[in-house]
Write a protein that binds this ligand. Structure first.
Ligand SMILES: Nc1nc2c(c(=O)[nH]1)N[C@H]1C(S)=C(S)[C@@H](COP(=O)(O)O)O[C@H]1N2
Ligand SMILES: [Mo]
Length: 260
C-alpha cells in the first residue's frame, strides 16, 4: 500500500539532505547538531514504518524520552518556522510583556480554564533537558521549564468524548489564512514530559522559540511542539478543524503520528 502522505516528506528530506553540507559550519556556531542527522533520519524511518498502534505496543505509555546533562545544552537554541508572529493581537500581548495573556482550555471539558502566565508559572512544573529533532535534519539540546499539561487537564476535567488536545497558535506560518495548530492524543497529552514551557535554559522563553508558552512533547518530532499557544481545545475529532489532519504540517502532507 502506498501512502500519499509520505511523498512530500520524502521529497523534502532529499532536498534538505542535499543542503546539509553547506549548513555544517553554521551548526558548529549555533551549538546545534545540523550535520549528524542520523537520529532524525532513523526516527523518520521508524515513523513511516510503524503505525501509531505498533509504536504503542513497543513503547510504554510512560516511557521517558532521553534526558541530558547540563553540559549538553547548546549555547543557543536554534529557532525554526515562525520566529515572530505578525498579528497586532500578538504584538499587543508582547508590548505588555504578556501581562494580558490568558490561556483558555475549552471544548470537551467539564471545567473550562482561563489561566494567566502567572497562574501557569504557579502550576506544578517540570524542568527537562532534551533533544529536539526537526524533520528538516537538525537537532538541538535545550532545557525546558513549564507547567505539566497533565495537571492542567485534570483541572479542566476532559469529558468522556475528549480524544485529542488541539493547540491553537498565534502565528500564520507561510502567510496561511489560518494560524498554526497541532494536536496530541490523550496518552501523549498526559505524558510526564509533556509541558507548556515558559522557560528555556533558565530564562524566559524567547519570542523566537514561542513566547509566552510553547508545547514540549518530548517523544515527538519538532513540528508537533506548537509555539505561541493561545488556546487549547479538547475535541472528539479534529476532522472539522482547518484541513482536518490535526496540524499545520499534517494538512500539508506530514504524518500526524510523529513519535520518535
Ligand atoms: N506556532 C508554531 N509552532 C511551531 C512552528 C511554527 O512555525 N509555528 N514550527 C515547528 C517546527 S517545524 C519546529 S522544528 C519547532 C521549532 O522550535 P524552535 O523555534 O524553538 O526551534 O517548532 C514547531 N512549532
Ligand atoms: Mo521542524
Amino acid at each position: 500500500m502506498t501512502d500519499s502522505r509520505e511523498y512530500p516528506l520524502n521529497r523534502r528530506r532529499r532536498r534538505l539532505l542535499g543542503s546539509l553540507g553547506a549548513l555544517g559550519a553554521a551548526s558548529l556556531l549555533a551549538g546545534c547538531d545540523w550535520t549528524k542527522s542520523d537520529s532524525v533520519q532513523a526516527a523518520l524511518g521508524r515513523t513511516e514504518d510503524l503505525t501509531q498502534a505498533a509504536m504503542r505496543l513497543v513503547t510504554s505509555r510512560e516511557a521517558l524520552a532521553r534526558e541530558y546533562p547540563k553540559s549538553a545544552i547548546a549555547p543557543e537554541f536554534r529557532p525554526n518556522g515562525s520566529i515572530q508572529p505578525q498579528t497586532s493581537a500578538y504584538q499587543a500581548l508582547l508590548d505588555n510583556n504578556f501581562a494580558d495573556y490568558r490561556l483558555a482550555i475549552h471544548g470537551e471539558v467539564a471545567n473550562p480554564q482561563t489561566l494567566s502566565l502567572a497562574e501557569l508559572k504557579a502550576a506544578p512544573s517540570r524542568t527537562q533537558i532534551t533533544r529536539h529533532d526537526c524533520v528538516e535534519g537538525w537537532s538541538c539540546i535545550g532545557q525546558w521549564t513549564g507547567a505539566r499539561l497533565s495537571d492542567l487537564l485534570v483541572r479542566a476535567q476532559p469529558t468522556a468524548k475528549a480524544k485529542f488536545v488541539v493547540f491553537h497558535c498565534a502565528d500564520h506560518l507561510l502567510g496561511a489564512a489560518e494560524p498554526y495548530y497541532e494536536s496530541l492524543d490523550m496518552i501523549e497529552a498526559y505524558h510526564p514530559q509533556t509541558i507548556l514551557a515558559y522557560g528555556l535554559n533558565g530564562a524566559d522563553l524567547p519570542v523566537a522559540n514561542g513566547a509566552p508558552i510553547r508545547l514540549r512533547a518530548e517523544r515527538q518530532l519538532g513540528y508537533k511542539m506548537a509555539k505561541y499557544v493561545m488556546d487549547i481545545e479538547l475535541v472528539e475529532s479534529f476532522a472539522d478543524i482547518q484541513g482536518g489532519k490535526g496540524g499545520f504540517w499534517e494538512d500539508r502532507g506530514y504524518n500526524w503520528w510523529a513519535g520518535i
